[in-house]
Structures are given as structure tokens and as C-alpha cells.
Design a protein around this ligand. Structure first.
Ligand code: DAT
Ligand code: MG
Length: 148
């Protein structure tokens, strides 16, 4: 079953939106298999966002994501990566559709509330940056027989 790394970013935690965002993903049928609150170290932030190194917004992005605690979650489900990207909406909240997390709660691209992996391959790499194997839980839920 596919997994995706979701970050409830510092702006969402500060704005007390963490529960609502987690709840949307959970109600969709996605299963939480790992979760922790942490303040990202600069090193971790640079590795997580390595693909954006050299871009104009890179330093601001690293400052923002390390500025305050965030919540890292591994969600699991069929097509979890694509489903979560759709539920997040476009990177720029001003362009994200209503009904998406960014479309409903955000305004500014630098404060877009949530991260979700953009491919199953990147999900595996990102999950490894945040979680050790013993922090990820393999368990069954009765309700999954009604989701699938
Ligand atoms: P996404 O988070 O939708 O995968 P991304 O990987 O292109 O988007 O960029 C990572 C983060 O960097 C994004 O969530 C917010 C920030 N960012 C992207 N483009 C930006 C821009 N033009 N100006 C400021 N911040 C930007
Ligand atoms: Mg991205």
C-alpha cells in the first residue's frame, strides 16, 4: 500500500488548523501509520527541500519551515500520494481550488500550510528523513473493509 509524507507546516500549527487538516485526510480514508511533532533542524530542511536549492525562495523556505514546530505524518492508502496532492491543491493558495486545504485556508505561497510527497519514490526518501522503521506502524483497521 502506498505511503506519503505529510507535513503540517508551522503556519498551520500556529493557526490551530492542524486538527482540521489531519481530519480531512483521515476522513478520506487514509490511515495514519506514523506521526510526530518536531522543530526541523536547518540541515534536515535543506535535505528535505534539496531539489529547490539555488532557487530565489530557498533561504526563505528553510527559515520558515524551521521557524516553529511542525507535525510530520505518514499517511497510507491506495494512491495516497496523488490523493493527498489533490486534497492539498496547487502550491500557490491563490490558485488552489476551493475545497482543497490550500484553497480553503491559505493566501500566500510561502505560507501554504501543508506538504505532501509528489511521487511514491520521493515519499520513500522523505519518510526515511523523518522516521525510523520502528516509528512506522503496520496495523489493521476494521473500517478499511468499508473503504476498499
Ligand atoms: P509543493 O509544496 O506544492 O510540492 P514545491 O515543491 O514546488 O511545491 O515547492 C516547495 C515549497 O516551496 C512550497 O510548498 C512553497 C515554497 N515555494 C514554492 N514556490 C515558491 C515561490 N515561487 N515563492 C515562494 N515560495 C515558494
Ligand atoms: Mg514539492
Amino acid at each position: 500500500m502506498e505511503r506519503s509524507l505529510v507535513l503540517i507546516k508551522p503556519d498551520a500549527v500556529q493557526r490551530a488548523l492542524a486538527g482540521q487538516i489531519i481530519s480531512r485526510l483521515e476522513r478520506k480514508g487514509l490511515k495514519i501509520v506514523a506521526m510526530k511533532m518536531l522543530r526541523m533542524e536547518k540541515n534536515l530542511a535543506r535535505r528535505h527541500y534539496a531539489i529547490h536549492k539555488g532557487k530565489a525562495f530557498f533561504d526563505d523556505l528553510v527559515s520558515f519551515i524551521t521557524s516553529n514546530p511542525l507535525i510530520a505524518i505518514v499517511f497510507q492508502g491506495e494512491n495516497a500520494v496523488q490523493i493527498i496532492r489533490q486534497m492539498m491543491g496547487e502550491t500557490d493558495p491563490a490558485k488552489a481550488s476551493s475545497g482543497t486545504i490550500r484553497g480553503d485556508f491559505g493566501i500566500d505561497v510561502g505560507h501554504n500550510l501543508v506538504h505532501g510527497s509528489d511521487s511514491p519514490e520521493n515519499a520513500c526518501k522523505e519518510i526515511d528523513l523523518f522516521f525510523s522503521a520502528d516509528e512506522i506502524f503496520d496495523y489493521d483497521r476494521e473500517l478499511d473493509t468499508w473503504i476498499y
